[in-house]
Every structure is written in C-alpha cells, then in structure tokens.
Ligand binder design. Structure first.
Ligand SMILES: C[S@@+](CC[C@H](N)C(=O)[O-])C[C@H]1O[C@@H](n2cnc3c(N)ncnc32)[C@H](O)[C@@H]1O
Length: 278
C-alpha cells in the first residue's frame, strides 16, 4: 500500500536481514549515543554535546517492495532513524545521499515525516562524501552505512573520507556475489572496479593464484588498507544468503573502539560465519 507520493524501490527478501542488524546495532549503541546527545551525560567540558548522526550515502528511497512477496518495508534510513527514536537516543542529524535524486529526496522526506532532522545529497557517494563530512560536527558521534549494489560502489576513497571523523563507526555492504561473478573480468580490465575498491591491489596480490586464493588475498589486502585508517577493529557480520542459498554479501563493521565491536558481536547472528572467508 502506498502511504505517500514518493517512489519505492524493489529489493530481495534478504534486505530484511540487513535491516534487522542495522536496527539492532542502533538499539544496542544507544548508551554511547546518549553521551553525545544529552548534556547531563556528556564527557565534554560544560556538558557540551556534539550530537549523534546517521549517514547513509546509498540511501535508496526509504521504502521498498520485496520482490518475492510484494511486502512493503522501510528502507535503511527510516529503519535506522526509527530504531534510534525507539531506543530513547535519537540521531540528532541524518545525512542521506543517493545517485538517484528522487530517491534521496524521498528518503529525506520520509525521515522528516517521523521527526528526523534530515539532509539530502544527490550524487555519487565519491562526490557527496566530502560535502557530508564538511557538515558533520568533529566532536560528534557518527555512524555510517555504505550499502552499494556492487564492489565498485564501495570506494576506498569514501571510507577514507569518512575516517577523517574522530568518532565514527561504519557498516559496509561488501558484495560477495560481484566478487565471485565478475572477478576475472575485473582483473582483465584496465580501468578495474578493483582499483576503486582496493587501490594498489595489483602490486599487493597475485590474480594467478586461482579465484579463491586471489579473493582471499584481495580481502586481506583491503583489510590492511582499512587498518591503516585506524580501524583496528573489523568484524564480518553475517554472510547474507539469497532464498536459493546463494552467497550474496557480507556486512562488515568497522570501528576504532573495541566497545562498538563488542556491541556488534552481541547483535550479529553468529551461526559460524564470523570470519571474512571466501
Ligand atoms: C542497495 S540500494 C540501497 C538500499 C538502502 N540502503 C536500503 O537498505 O533501503 C543501493 C542504492 O545506491 C544507489 N547508488 C548506486 N550507485 C551509487 C553511487 N555511486 N553513489 C551513491 N548512490 C548510488 C542506488 O540508486 C540505490 O538506491
């Protein structure tokens, strides 16, 4: 049922699993957020607060239809903001970007409609990220979801730009399906999506070692890049699989703080899939 005039996107059943983890993380991290939104709990001088923001640079329209069942569900920006309200420590700002201007406008309006202080940035994440980081308060607590369709969308430069914030945690969608299906083509192409995902991969990995070994080496190399940005704590979330059991994507959580990782460990569904393995 359409409840507003904005567009909705089509997604697979597995989107629900991603949203469930997002919702749980926003809920479990409420006490950390409270210190940044409540002057009485602030550690800053005079109880000054830096605020707690949610950033989603591949926001979608904030509302989707499940392809298989027709069910209408909230998209990630609405899921995250609603969860923050329900947790008692709402995000003070919500920064939403999408390549499709209609989508980020819709997401922004949908978050506003439930009381959020939202801002829209239409464009590629590689372009919008600098505008977003420039508008964030350096002393705030930030949480960013990067949820692109493919590996190329997960640009290392976007991760690097976000990492300029002192207090930021990231939840990343790493498309395993893309990595499995298109690796040979990516290795062969001169302008490779892998250059965007893991700059320098040609000097640090050997594609001749076989697909599986190469995928593992690529991921290890990417993890080393991310570690250099200060994200010592990296956790693979669940491997999300499709209805036919196909391996779709990893949710990867990055933080500079062990406490945030403890939160993530508590809410992720363990099921023996904890390590980033291919
Ligand atoms: C997987 S969907 C996002 C779904 C959303 N996070 C949710 O869970 O409801 C990916 C979105 O990224 C957008 N997109 C594709 N390429 C992009 C890019 N380079 N920069 C920003 N957005 C992009 C698409 O328009 C699409 O809405």
């Amino acid at each position: 049922m359409r409840d507003d005039e904005f567009p909705i996107s089509e997604v697979g059943e597995w989107a629900k699993e991603k949203h469930e983890r997002l919702r749980k993380f926003v809920n479990i991290s409420r006490y950390a957020r409270q210190k940044y939104v409540d002057p009485a709990k602030s550690k800053l001088q005079g109880g000054a607060v830096g605020g707690a923001t949610y950033i989603d640079l591949f926001s979608g329209p904030g509302r989707s239809r499940i392809r298989e069942s027709g069910e209408i569900i909230d998209g990630s920006p609405v899921v995250a903001f609603r969860a923050s309200v329900e947790s008692g420590a709402r995000f003070t700002e919500v920064h939403l970007g999408d390549l499709n201007p209609e989508f980020c406008k819709a997401a922004c309006a949908r978050v506003k409609a439930i009381g959020g202080n939202s801002f829209a940035y239409a464009g590629r994440a590689t372009d919008t990220v600098s505008e977003v980081t420039a508008s964030l308060r350096p002393e705030g607590l930030h949480f960013a979801l990067l949820d692109p369709f493919n590996l190329e969308g997960l640009s290392f430069e976007v991760v690097r730009a976000l990492s300029s914030m002192k207090h930021i945690d990231l939840l990343l969608h790493l498309s395993l399906q893309d990595l499995q299906r298109n690796l040979d083509r990516y290795v062969a192409s001169e302008q490779s999506p892998l250059d965007v995902f893991a700059p320098g991969w040609r000097q640090h990995t050997d594609p001749k070692q076989g697909q599986r070994g190469f995928r593992a080496a690529l991921l290890t190399y990417w993890q080393s890049l991310v570690r250099r940005l200060g994200f010592q704590h990296q956790r693979a979330g669940e491997l999300v699989t499709g209805t036919g059991g196909q391996r779709l994507y990893w949710l990867i959580f990055l933080s500079r703080h062990s406490i945030a990782n403890d939160f993530w460990d508590k809410i992720r569904n363990v099921g023996g899939q904890g390590e980033l393995t291919l």
